[in-house]
Design a protein. Structure first.
Length: 116
């Protein structure tokens, strides 16, 4: 172990135990990396592209999409008369509105809705 050697630093997953703290001095970490787990994929890898949908129930996704669209409607009502970006074909207006909602920082990041 560490009893007969000199170490200036240790990098890696080292647990602070009572026995180790008697031998060396530990400092507090400068950054927190958070918890990460890497596991092997099993089964069909084609289904993992939509794994994020399992985070919420269908009702929660519906409510989230409704609020996303309502926020877009409010932005369109407030902007379409004064902002020339909100004028033109209906598809252009919809894409512009969803782009503004997505990138406003207040809206949800549904980039996939922008490219419909």
């Amino acid at each position: 172990m560490w009893t007969m050697q000199e170490y200036d630093a240790v990098v890696g997953d080292v647990a602070i135990t009572i026995a180790r703290s008697k031998l060396v001095d530990f400092t507090q970490p400068y950054t927190t990396s958070g918890l990460m787990v890497i596991v092997a994929m099993t089964g069909d890898p084609q289904g993992y592209a939509w794994a994020f949908l399992s985070l919420f129930t269908a009702a929660m996704w519906l409510v989230t999409c409704i609020f996303f669209l309502l926020t877009g409607l409010v932005i369109w009502i407030l902007e379409h008369k004064k902002n020339k970006d909100f004028r033109g074909r209906p598809k252009k207006q919809l894409v512009t509105t969803l782009w503004y909602v997505n990138n406003s920082g207040k809206g949800l990041c549904f980039t996939c809705l922008i490219y419909v």
